[in-house]
Design a protein around this ligand. Structure first.
Ligand code: MG
Ligand code: MG
Length: 611
């Protein structure tokens, strides 16, 4: 489908925004009036630049406080409108957004507003301008799209239609189903924004917290489904006011925006097969959700301490790569690659995550259609070329074919001493991977991982750490085979990678795993005694078990389905490991313990003089 974006979504000057929108692949833009007013270029120069860039100028916005005014003040509205129509002719734009009156309306009457819109339509017609009437969620009298449509219907003018904006409709909890009652040709424009579920005044929510589709909590595929079912054939256009996107790199944000629309189009197409038609929403290649983690990679100039930690956790050394300074450790299906290739001055860092997918070719194609930037890694004859992409946080995401037994790439690792370190079946795989995100690309990362890997957003929460409030968002598969936790790194960590990331292994017996690891010399993260006193107060646990957990640094949580035991290793560079055990149907991540863990790590770092 055709795509468009309001210039207000992006940072930079108007011309910078136009260049970025074109480079990101948008078909058109909405000109946000303050961007034009502040631009040194003339309207003709802006129109010529857009033309050169292959961008259509789809909408001029906003025209405020137009209807519901007294007859005396309406003369001034007409004067203002005529001058904007002349401007639009210079820009070559044929549709203007007229939003419902917020400030100057004094007449709460549909007929009255309709008559004024009809008059504006008469004025607009000679200029070839169409007026798209939008109900703002905080409009003085008109704050519901159904009323805006009623007024538009009463206006009964060929140049007057409606603009539907998902934020104004869904933020108010209005049912979008009635959109299908509006004839498609009267829906002059469609603006899309997602948003997090917040409880706050709707104006502040709208002006500061809108998100691109797929980054928030709105059901936009259902919303767009109704709009397309009504017969709308115009572009999908983004109108996202967001404090962060106004200051992030303009091209990167435009690319993120484009990815969000491509993802949404696919969601719409999947949901409403009956809408498939030429020019209608197109699906992305069909992929199943990843079936598991293939491997995680720790990159370091010297990964020796990580080797030690893995050995203590019961991993088996599987060998060195035949052409690169890379080592493989495995414990059952859990594989960790220690990569010292091109890693000068890298502290141990979680650098790559491999996912098992049923159809790597389709998954790669999907990632490509979502403009995931490919990663080039040199492979040699006879080696497995794994497709890889770079996530917004810098993590390299690999895709490999799921199958029985070990993946073929494991055979590239050779060793005389392979098998050193006796493996007990204590770990059963990788439970989740926890990634640190810079605050400015957090929403982009949520969209990237969920869209490229066909995962969904799960629970989200804020955890209090000594260095700041850590916002955390789970991205997961339906069956929990793959779980990622994305955490916003506090500013105290000048580089987000300084905020340690972790890999959580699954275990069938965490107490035994902890005891065995300790016998091999593992120092688990020291957990304060206060935690165990509190644990004994909160849960009815056998005193002996609490004492054993205290001794081994094991933490505990419970939900309505089951319970969870876990412990953490010390941090090496920017990486630590966790061993977890889910019992019953426990589906969380030990969230109540996260603050204790973050504080324990902070105290531990301070003792070591690291912070
Ligand atoms: Mg709008
Ligand atoms: Mg964890």
């Amino acid at each position: 489908m055709r795509t468009s974006i309001a210039t207000v979504c992006l940072s930079g000057t108007l011309t910078q925004k136009l260049h970025a929108c074109a480079e990101a692949g948008f078909d058109g833009v909405e000109i946000f009036e303050p961007d034009l007013v502040a631009a040194p270029e003339s309207p003709e120069e802006i129109a010529a630049l857009a033309h050169r860039l292959g961008l259509s100028l789809d909408l001029y916005q906003p025209f405020r406080d137009a209807e519901g005014v007294s007859d005396e003040s309406f003369a001034a509205v007409l004067h203002r409108a005529r001058s904007k129509f002349r401007l639009m002719r210079r820009l070559g734009i044929d549709t203007m957004l007229v939003c419902s009156n917020v400030a100057t309306a004094t007449v709460d009457d549909d007929e009255h507003s309709a008559a004024q819109l009809r008059r504006l339509g008469d004025e607009a017609a000679p200029y070839g301008v169409r007026l798209a009437f939008e109900a703002l969620a905080w409009g003085r009298y008109v704050d519901d799209y159904r009323r805006a449509w009623r007024i538009t219907e009463l206006a009964d003018h060929p140049n007057v239609g409606v603009c539907l904006d998902s934020f104004h409709i869904l933020s108010r909890g209005h049912d979008p189903a009635a959109i299908e009652d509006i004839p498609g040709e009267k829906i002059f424009f469609l603006q899309l924004a997602d948003a997090p579920a917040l409880t706050m005044d709707v104006l502040s929510w709208s002006r500061h917290h809108r998100l691109f589709p797929g980054e928030g909590a709105f059901d936009l595929s259902r919303f767009v489904g109704h709009v397309l079912a009504a017969g709308y054939r115009g572009p999908l256009s983004l109108e996202v006011f967001n404090d962060t996107f106004r200051q992030t790199d303009v091209l990167r944000t435009a690319q993120q925006a484009k990815r969000s629309l491509r993802w949404l189009e696919d969601q719409v197409a999947r949901r409403s097969g009956r809408l498939s038609r030429p020019g209608g929403p197109e699906r992305l290649p069909d992929v199943d959700q990843p079936t598991g983690f293939d491997f995680v990679e720790v990159k370091a100039e010297d990964a020796g301490e990580v080797d030690t930690l893995l050995r203590q956790l019961g991993f088996t050394f599987r060998g060195r790569h035949r052409s690169k300074p890379v080592r493989l450790w495995a414990h059952g299906p859990a594989r960790v690659v220690c990569n010292e290739n091109l890693a000068r001055e890298w502290p141990p860092t979680l650098a790559a995550v491999g996912f098992e997918v049923t159809d790597p070719k389709a998954a790669t194609q999907r990632a490509g259609e979502l403009e995931a930037p490919p990663v080039f890694r040199r492979t040699y004859a006879g080696e497995q070329p794994l497709p890889a992409f770079r996530a917004p946080d810098g993590t390299e995401v690999f895709l490999s074919g799921a199958g029985d037994g070990e993946p073929a790439w494991v055979a590239e690792f050779e060793s005389d001493d392979a098998g050193v370190g006796a493996e007990e079946p204590l770990l059963t795989g990788i439970d989740h991977v926890n990634l640190a995100e810079p605050w400015q690309s957090f929403d982009e990362a949520v969209l990237f991982y969920s869209s490229v890997l066909a995962l969904r957003s799960g629970s989200s929460q804020d955890v209090a750490a000594p260095t700041g409030l850590v916002r955390s968002q789970v991205i997961r598969g339906e069956n929990g085979a793959v779980r990622l936790a994305l955490n916003v790194a506090p500013l105290a960590y000048d580089h987000p990678r300084g905020f340690p990331q972790h890999v959580a292994f699954a275990s069938s017996d965490v107490m035994l795993a902890a005891r065995t690891a300790r016998a091999r010399g593992l120092r688990s993260l020291p957990i304060p005694g206060n935690y165990y006193d509190d644990l004994a107060a909160r849960f009815d646990l056998p005193a002996g078990l609490v004492e054993e957990m205290r001794e081994l640094g094991v933490l505990y949580d419970r939900d309505e389905n089951g319970d969870f035991l876990h412990f953490y290793t010390e941090t090496i560079g920017g990486v630590f490991f966790e061993v977890t055990q889910r019992r019953g149907g426990y589906d969380g991540y030990g969230a109540p313990n996260a603050a204790v863990r973050l504080a324990a790590q902070h105290v531990h770092d301070q003792r070591l003089g690291r912070r």
